[in-house]
Design a protein around this ligand. Sequence first.
Ligand code: TXA
Ligand code: MG
Length: 341
Amino acid sequence: MIIDIRDEYHNHIEEAAKIIEKGGLVGMPTETVYGLAANAFDEQAVASIFEIKGRPQDNPLIVHVDGILMARELGELSEKAQVLAAEFWPGPLTMVVKSTGRVPVSVNAGLDTVGLRMPDCDAALSLITAAGVPIAAPSANKSGSPSPTTAAHVAADFEDSLTVLDAGECRIGLESTVIDMTREVPVILRPGAVTQEMIAACIGEVDCANAFTPFEGDKPAAPGMKYRHYAPKADMTVVEGQPASVTEAIKYLYDKDLKKGEKPLVLALQENKRYYGRRDLAVTGSIRDASETAKNIYALLRRADEEGYSKIYFEAVPKCGIGFAVMNRVYKAAAYNIVKV
Ligand code: TXA
Ligand code: MG
């Protein structure tokens, strides 16, 4: 059931908090993507997140807090972690820190660490405060499908029985940056809107786990990174290189697909739209700023599935700013099916 919370805000938050207190689940808006929220202290509720999402047990959940005090109860915040919290919270940054043991190990998939994040979203913060407990929430999609950036996406993945708080479209549209603060030199496990440069400017040296190659054999740094993620049903290809070569290559592949009876779709940059003629196309954003593409990409992947496309060609965006995170997600969505021209 979708509840628009933009009116009668407080009543709706109170009702949702009651569901959380009773051990239930709620679809919760955040600035990144919608989350599937439960009381992080309630093992049964946490178990039901894994169950209805179809999530592997060894992939830990992020715990959402309403401020630094709640964070301190759950994890040991180093000096650097406190600097980052002061700079980027509330916001799209999840810090993996040593757990104090307050959160049950089922949340952390048996690790001695916990991922903490204070979301930059009034509804999420009000819900945590009203429930009076930290909220464990993975993205509110079925495991493997694109993350939800609207309440309708959440409702499409789960039965109508789930209460979804609708606060409109997510402002950022990509999941938070996850950084492991337990290492001597902190490591970004998943890139997001808070970039390596932004973090380095606050705390100095910071590493980034390889964001652009699949892990094979090697143990992934964040458990979640080893699963095929964010993927549409269509067969997706990322095409990158000089803009003129990219459009030429996509037109060639598209026309070949058509002859084979496929239904291809181009996910193009605004600047290149005009080169595709009458071919089926959706604009992701601008080459100059990847934030529009970040915001639109998951919704576009879902729509492509709904409209029955069998092939998707994605025009790469520059790997700078949030473009770095966009490319990390689309490589995964394309199962590393990349054409370099
Ligand atoms: O923006 C977001 O982070 C969204 C919203 C709802 O807050 N949440 C989200 O959760 O994307 P999820 O579960 O889809 O992704 C959590 C990521 C996974 O890759 C997981 O492995 C990693 O964070 N993670 C969580 N706790 C961890 C820990 N203790 N150690 C290492 N990685 C951890
Ligand atoms: Mg997810």
